[in-house]
Design a protein around this ligand. Structure first.
Ligand SMILES: [Zn+2]
Length: 277
């Protein structure tokens, strides 16, 4: 094919990446969602996991899976723990039967922002962990300023089939706890930030075989990106940054993290996932 750029014959396709955590059904993408998805594919991120984090958004999360390569999760985020009830649990159980649902999440504990009381967050988290075990699905976990309680709830729960600590920002102690239990770690824009020296030190020591790439779009924009709205195409920047940090090749980062995402979420090719199925 001839066309712009085709003279550059040594130029290879970018390595295949998975954005394992994004929120593309947010209204902030309403005006240009198709362009954002096309940019992600052009950057190598032809598959992504869209996270359904509260009951009011589960239908838009499900609708987005009509796009090729888009799978999803459903769960109740700790900041919405006051929406957790037996009725919500029944609805969630039904949502997780969706053919493109790949995990329960994001769930967890967040004591930073003003939100539901800790006791309500713990209850919603523990109940959803139990549901994930019962349904034998992976979980995606969000944690802020709640490490001790998080480890306590997890230690009391039966072990889900897979656990991802999304946008990991924990201490050495939490990292050791998670490594010991076979959890995975989501790595995104946080590691690129000036203030994240300690996090970089911890991530540098984590085995690549346990890492997944993510953007958390539209949040957590990597440093150096002008657009304040993050988007899945930026997962390529995270991959490059991680390659530097780990002194690994970009190919090695891509191959390993993509294989990890495929294993955790049971992903198939974007083509095989296209439409209806
Ligand atoms: Zn998220």
């Amino acid at each position: 094919m001839s066309g712009p750029g085709s003279g550059d014959e040594v130029r290879r396709a970018p390595p295949r990446l998975v954005d394992s955590h994004c929120h593309l059904d947010e209204p902030v993408f309403d005006a240009d969602r198709a362009r954002v998805l096309a940019a992600a594919r052009a950057a190598g991120a032809d598959r992504l996991i869209n996270i359904g984090y509260r009951p009011g958004r589960w239908s838009s999360t499900a609708a987005l899976t009509a796009e090729p390569g888009v799978n999803c999760t459903f769960g109740v985020h700790p900041q919405h723990a006051d929406e957790w009830s037996t009725v919500t649990e029944d609805t969630l159980r039904g949502q997780l039967a969706h053919p493109r649902a790949r995990a329960l999440g994001e769930i967890g504990l967040d004591y930073v922002r003003d939100g539901p009381p800790a006791v309500a967050q713990r209850r919603a988290f523990a109940d959803q962990l139990a549901l994930a075990v019962a349904l034998d699905v992976p979980v995606v976990i969000h944690q802020r300023a709640a490490e001790d309680d998080l480890m306590d709830v997890l230690a009391r729960s039966a072990q889900p089939r897979a656990v991802v600590l999304h946008s990991f920002d924990g201490s050495h102690r939490l990292a050791a706890f998670a490594l010991d239990r076979g959890y995975r770690f989501g790595v995104g824009g946080l590691i690129t930030r000036t203030g994240s020296a300690n996090l970089r030190k911890i991530v540098a020591e984590l085995p690549l075989e346990r890492l997944l790439l993510e953007t958390d779009s539209p949040y957590l924009t990597p440093s150096g990106v002008k657009d304040r709205r993050n988007q899945p195409a930026n997962v390529a920047r995270v991959a490059a940054f991680l390659a530097d940090l780990k002194r690994a090749s970009l190919d090695e980062i891509a191959t390993t993290t993509t294989a990890n995402a495929e294993a955790v979420f049971g992903l198939r090719d974007a083509g095989a996932d296209a439409g209806g199925g």
